[in-house]
Design a protein around this ligand. Sequence first.
Ligand code: AMP
Length: 116
Amino acid sequence: MPEETIFSKIIRKEIPSDMVYQDDTVTAFRDINPQAPTHILIIPNKIIPTMDDVNEADEQVLGHMITVAVKIAREQGIAQNGYRVLINCREHGGQEVYHLHMHLFGGRPLGPMLAR
Ligand code: AMP
């Protein structure tokens, strides 16, 4: 069994979060340390530690994360001007929490892809 992180507690509502969406498959909540006016994390309810642990059986979950991100971006009013989604993988990707998560950033021009 993959190890739980703080995100499992957020999914089960054992610790507080600013949750914006939840269904049987995914949960979305505001990042505690926002890097943009809108910064939301979209995560699978099942534990997938990293992008490198994704396999074909997860395709529906990953696809659902994308459609939920689209829905949230529209609801948050950032779709028209545009936004960025990002998944960090392991050390070189800068991953801190080992429960797969998609960042959704928006609300201002986000600048170049990578910090220089
Ligand atoms: P990453 O570097 O891609 O692993 O991103 C982890 C993100 O989780 C960071 O942006 C953190 O600010 C965020 N984070 C960590 N703990 C919490 C929490 N309890 N509630 C909301 N966001 C969190």
